[in-house]
Design a protein around this ligand. Structure first.
Ligand code: TYM
Length: 328
């Protein structure tokens, strides 16, 4: 079976953008591919973070992945720092990566602006670690949201450079996009993001989800109830496309364009669908929180399974770059 790798940072609450943009797609792929899904903690320390909350967030993120359906009988769930080969391969990839290429990456420029006081080497090197995450397992496919496409393309470049210099070793990984690769935030103006205070959390209780939806920005052309709307410019409609059934999506589309229903009615339909999909996940998270040993066992066995693959690939890499002595 072809291998898939993808990752998620434990850097705050997991939101519905992560869910429909990535995690829900990860679940769809577990029967057809050999899948590894990873909580990427080393990526999360490239920006300011609360040390005392880190372990809680790692476990919470892993718990959410399992609650969404990434169960250990079907795929591997692991934590990046438990497999040191990720960072070992990063160093080798650093040595085939021009600094200029990293400086041009969109997310580096964006984060560099946002974290002006802390533009550390890790932030610059972030895509190299991401390439190592994928290639240490020779994964051929990477399911992500749209914002990660550039990073996956970069990992293809790294594979190409390594192969050209040291001989064919790595595949050139391809992106798999979900049907909702870019969910906008409740502000309607930026991508839903953990750091922008515009997110609907996957674990938010229903009242909170409704409050966030009720007050969320809608299509700016619809100022009054009687104005016809433009669903293609409305972030609520994008969420409908991710959570509602096809007949509801066409109903809302048509009713919005003709001012048949108002924004609140439109949001109520969305809310009911979101609640229906998220409640069972939240219930499974609550249940697993009661037995933390269960998730720890999944992560331990995930690390062991990953180490077997990563250890073999790292051995091959050490030989190819000429640093493995014959007596080791
Ligand atoms: P992260 O933690 O920011 O996001 C995890 C996944 O969620 C997707 N996503 C979204 N999709 C749609 N709409 C949104 N508003 C939205 N916000 C986030 C992301 O595209 C991602 O797929 N660098 C990565 C983590 C990573 C990784 C990897 C991914 C590290 N190593 C190797 C793939 C392969 C990140 O920060 O994702």
């Amino acid at each position: 079976m072809d291998r898939i790798f993808s990752g998620i940072q434990p850097s705050g609450e997991i939101h519905i953008g992560n869910y429909v943009g990535a995690i829900r797609n990860w679940v769809k792929l577990i029967d057809r591919y050999d899948c590894i899904y990873c909580v990427v903690d080393y990526h999360a320390i490239t920006i300011e973070y609360d040390v005392t909350l880190m372990q809680k967030r790692i476990l919470e993120t892993a718990t959410i992945l399992v609650a969404c359906g990434l169960t250990p009988d079907k795929c591997i769930v692991s934590v990046q720092s438990h497999i040191p080969e990720h960072t070992e391969l990063t160093w080798i990839f650093n040595c085939v990566t021009p600094v200029g290429e990293l400086e041009r990456m969109t997310q580096f420029k964006e984060k560099g602006r946002r974290h002006r006081h802390n533009v550390n080497v890790g932030l610059l090197d972030y895509p190299v670690l991401q390439a190592a995450d994928i290639l240490i397992y020779k994964a051929g496919y990477v399911p992500v949201g749209e914002d990660q496409v550039q990073h996956v393309e970069f990992s293809r470049e790294v594979a190409r450079k390594f192969n050209a210099r040291f001989g064919k070793t790595f595949p050139e990984p391809q992106v798999i996009l979900s049907e909702a690769p870019r969910i906008m935030g409740t502000d309607g103006s930026a991508k839903m993001s953990k750091s922008l205070n515009n997110a609907i959390g996957l674990l938010d209780p229903p009242e909170m989800i409704w409050e966030k939806l009720r007050t969320a920005a809608t299509c700016e052309h619809r100022q009054r109830r009687t104005d016809p709307g433009h669903p293609e410019h409305c972030n609520i409609f994008t969420m409908h496309q991710a959570f509602s059934k096809p007949d509801q999506i066409s109903f809302v589309d048509q009713q919005c364009r003709t001012a048949g229903i108002g924004c609140i009615e439109c949001k109520e339909i969305l809310f009911r669908n979101m609640k229906e999909e998220l409640e069972p996940i939240q219930a499974r998270v609550r249940k697993m929180n009661g037995t933390p040993g269960y998730i720890i066992d999944i992560l331990k066995s995930g690390a062991a399974r990953c180490k077997t693959i990563a250890g073999e690939v790292m051995d091959e890499v050490r030989t190819k770059v000429g640093i493995k002595p014959s007596w080791l």
